[in-house]
Design a protein around this ligand. Structure first.
Ligand code: KG4
Ligand code: ZN
Length: 359
């Protein structure tokens, strides 16, 4: 079975063709970085308009890249939410029109599921690595989300904890804006941090208690702002690199510590790190080192599968489509995750449910 995936939840318009075993046949991503970078962040209205322009050319390119073209498509998967509503609507409406005209099944996919299951994609140039067996602990770390999950199955994902305020990617982006580096901040800080000394400046470790799995990054952002206010902006490349390395190191350490704690608490020895920030070289290296020390198995998708893409959306849909499911063509989009089971586990493994988020 071949699934056409479509993704337009944020600032990337993407289309991909993926088989039901996760083989990526085509993967096209049109980035809107140039559109948003003058503003230091995403402007929703501009994002919707850019998706409108890009969506058909991107789908056409994906289809033309895969043998068999449109006639080889057996089903369609599209990001239904969470995300920017105006952006989501563009991908969803095109997906519905295609499914209707081709008379193919269509399913709406939760964007966060896409990130969590990107680990099962197999790209042509990828060194073959077996994916994790379920259950595993998933750290999803992106521009909009920072959360830990217990992943039991394709439709059985339990949120263990999340950030109380900013997502890690958001912290990178806001820090870069403050330092006048540009947008998106993550890759820029990543590059500078590689040349800097992480011990140069000591920033406070957020949520340092051993007991909680929750994250918090807004205090760190304030600490950076205060540092720049009192000491002045970095005067040269070395000072800037040191500042970036010190800032990044705290985010990385917090992400790695909480992930290891989640593995311990859940009694699981497999950790998947995914989402845009999982492309960070500092995070990848530190997580590898920490997992090796503990004897945990670490799985991180290649950077191209970590940042937003449509192959992961197709991948997340394969199980539902293979079992013959399809959504009604009248389905709606959602800006916030409506039905993720929220809760935490007691020591005996039973789930303490929390109130769902109010929409
Ligand atoms: O997953 P993603 O593409 O979109 C969301 O679903 O949010 O993640 C985008 C986020 C941005 O905040 C970006 O700065 C961050 O991922 N990011 C990185 C790196 N590459 C992207 N953060 C740190 N280091 C990177 N190399
Ligand atoms: Zn994402």
């Amino acid at each position: 079975m071949r699934v056409l995936g479509i993704e337009s939840s944020c600032d990337e318009t993407a289309a991909a063709l993926v088989t039901d075993t996760g083989e990526v046949l085509a993967d096209v991503v049109a980035s809107q970085i140039a559109t948003h970078s003058p503003y230091g962040g995403i402007v929703p209205e501009l994002a919707s308009r850019a998706h409108m322009q890009a969506v058909i050319p991107v789908i056409r390119e994906a289809i033309e890249k895969a043998p068999g073209g449109l006639s080889g498509v057996d089903a369609i998967a599209v990001t239904q939410g969470p995300g920017l509503v105006g952006s989501l609507l563009v991908g969803v409406q095109v997906a519905k029109a295609l499914a209707w005209s081709l008379d193919k099944p269509l399913v709406g996919v939760n964007h966060l599921d896409g990130h969590l299951f990107a680990i099962y994609l197999r790209r042509p140039d990828q060194v073959s690595q077996e994916g994790p067996s379920m259950p595993y602990v998933g750290l999803l770390v992106s521009g909009g989300h920072t959360a830990l999950y217990r992943v039991e199955g394709f439709d059985d994902i339990v949120l263990l904890a999340q950030t109380r305020d900013d997502a890690a990617g958001e912290a990178f982006d806001k820090a870069a804006k403050l330092l006048g580096l540009g947008y998106p901040g993550g890759p820029l800080i990543d590059r500078l941090a590689a040349k800097g000394d992480a011990a140069a400046i000591s920033f406070p470790m957020p949520m340092a208690s051993r007991k909680t799995l929750e994250f918090s990054f807004s205090g760190l952002k304030t600490a950076l702002a205060r540092h720049v206010q009192t000491r002045g902006a970095p005067v040269d490349e070395t000072e800037l690199a040191d500042l970036c390395a010190s800032f990044q190191a705290v985010i990385v350490e917090s992400l790695v510590r909480k992930s290891l704690l989640a593995c311990e608490q859940e009694g699981l020895d497999q950790l998947v790190i995914t989402g845009g920030v999982a492309a960070n070289r500092g995070l990848r290296a530190r997580a590898k080192e920490a997992c090796e020390e503990r004897g945990f198995r670490l799985f991180v998708p290649p950077p191209i599968s970590c940042t937003d893409n449509a192959a992961m959306i197709a991948m997340a849909a394969t199980r539902r489509l293979a079992s013959g499911e399809r959504d009604e063509l009248s389905f709606a989009v959602y800006s916030r995750d409506p039905d993720r089971k929220r809760g935490k586990f007691r020591r005996d493994g039973t789930l303490v449910a929390r109130k769902p988020d109010v929409q």
